[in-house]
Design a protein around this ligand. Structure first.
Ligand code: HEM
Length: 221
């Protein structure tokens, strides 16, 4: 927090901020990249579509510029779908600032009220796999994020970066970093799953990691 009198950051404030950026940022990005490699290796058809798009938009070599990033729509949809299936920030905690009443799903029309001050956990993983919001929720289907198919879906059904006033500050940065990295990878390499590594267990913790990591064969194209 800035010093109240001078409104400036001290050296230790700056160190704190940089540490938050690295811990909130790079752990989440690296785990998302692991899940993304896994899903692209598992879904060769989507990997080919992404590669064709990257080559068409950015050419087969050279830099990937910020204008190009916006044009990589298929890659974006695949990344969104990765964050739906494996939201690395899989839950958040909140303290209610007012009483909250909602329908009791097990005994309608009864309601349940939680008192102000109650600690609640909001589970994004459960939300992203809920059949009320997602058709065939376990299927990797990036086209569920086309504008047509997104129409009518609540913005609160998909919260990989949380929602409200404390949502993720780094979400655009994360998207851009991952898209540029995979743009470069896909132009040069084909990702495949080695036999026996088709299914991965999750390791839930503060972030949702692949248990024992991801095994992907990287073949030069
Ligand atoms: C795929 C990558 C990322 C995911 C999935 C992710 C996810 C999240 C989530 C779910 C929250 C909300 C926590 C809450 O509501 O209590 C959050 C907060 C935050 N994220 Fe990210 N994040 C990612 C990348 C980044 C990056 C790259 C940065 C910084 C460069 C960053 C900085 C932050 C900060 C500072 C907050 C706290 C915001 C606040 O409390 O006001 N995140 N992130």
């Amino acid at each position: 927090m800035p010093d109240k009198e001078s409104q400036s950051l001290s050296e230790s404030d700056i160190i704190d901020e940089v540490q938050s950026m690295f811990s909130a940022g790079q752990g989440t990005i690296s785990k998302t990249m692991s899940w993304f490699s896994y899903l692209l290796a598992k879904n060769q058809d989507w990997q080919e579509k992404c590669r064709a798009e990257v080559t068409e938009v950015c050419g087969s070599d050279g830099e990937i510029l910020s204008d190009d990033i916006l044009k990589l729509k298929i890659l974006s949809r695949c990344l969104k779908e990765t964050l739906r299936l494996y939201p690395v920030g899989s839950f958040v905690g909140r303290v209610l600032t007012s009483d909250m009443t909602f329908k009791n799903p097990y005994h309608p029309p009864q309601t349940i009220t939680l008192d102000k001050g109650t600690s609640v956990a909001i589970h994004f993983y459960a939300l992203h796999h809920h059949p009320d919001f997602w058709e065939s929720p376990e299927v990797f289907d990036p086209d569920r994020f086309t504008p047509e198919r997104s129409k009518g879906r609540s913005p609160f059904a998909y919260l990989p970066f949380s929602g409200g006033s404390r949502n993720c500050l780094g979400q655009n940065f994360a998207f851009n970093q991952i898209k540029v990295t995979f743009g470069h990878i896909l132009r040069r390499f084909r990702l495949r799953l080695p036999p026996g590594k088709e299914n991965i267990k999750m390791e839930p913790g503060i972030t949702l990691a692949p248990h024992n990591g991801v095994f992907v064969k990287v073949e030069k194209i």
